[in-house]
Design a protein around this ligand. Structure first.
Ligand code: SF4
Length: 192
């Protein structure tokens, strides 16, 4: 062993950035695209650690550097969680069409939400007689409309796509982690 080289970790090892992620009114497709980075995830984990996320068992969000939001807002709980993310994350990113403009779930904005719930839970073929719209207080109340997240909190970056590709997420995150303003190169910006 070289006596001049210590096995101890450096006193000022660079701090890993904390990243939190969440799916609000999303389909988890954007998270699947994140996982689609495959072996690049190992490289990512050398620079970041995940806080609250569907990928961890952490139930409440702590102080974070980056928050990745999948999904728009379709119920009261979505709004509460989004506000918590905004309060705890230095940089907040709307990931995917749903977070950016409501996405496909916002097609329900054409309809009356009360009527839709009745159609699905009470009048749908196969519904048993006497079926009611679930009204347990544990259930979050639906919003009249689905909203993109920027209508409720300030958003620092928008990463488009349904979902954004793994290459786009990788390019975006590596720029952000290096302290650069993310620039998606050719072929990485898409809206479908
Ligand atoms: S943007 Fe597309 S992939 Fe992402 S949560 Fe919405 S529907 Fe799913």
């Amino acid at each position: 062993m070289n006596p001049l080289v210590s096995d101890a970790p450096p006193l000022h090892a660079p701090r890993k950035l904390k990243v939190a992620t969440v799916s609000l009114a999303g389909c988890f497709g954007c998270h699947m695209s994140l996982l689609d980075m495959d072996e690049r995830l190992l490289e990512l984990l050398e620079h970041v650690e995940f806080d609250r996320s569907p990928l961890t068992d952490i139930k409440t969000i702590g102080r974070c550097d980056i928050g990745l939001i999948e999904g728009g807002l379709c119920n009261a709980e979505n709004v509460q969680v989004l506000r918590e993310f905004r309060a705890h994350c230095k940089t907040l990113v709307a990931v995917g069409a749903c977070a950016i403009n409501g996405g496909l779930p916002a097609q329900r904005n054409q309809r009356d939400v009360g009527q839709m719930l009745c159609e699905v839970y009470c009048h749908h073929a196969g519904a048993v007689n006497g079926s009611q719209v679930p009204n347990d207080p544990e259930l979050p109340l639906p919003l009249n409309h689905v909203h993109p997240i920027h209508e409720v909190v300030h958003v620092d970056y928008f990463l488009p796509g349904c979902p954004p590709s793994a290459d786009a997420i990788w390019s975006f995150l590596t720029d952000l982690l290096a302290g650069r303003t993310p620039q998606l190169g050719p072929g990485l910006i898409r809206y479908d």
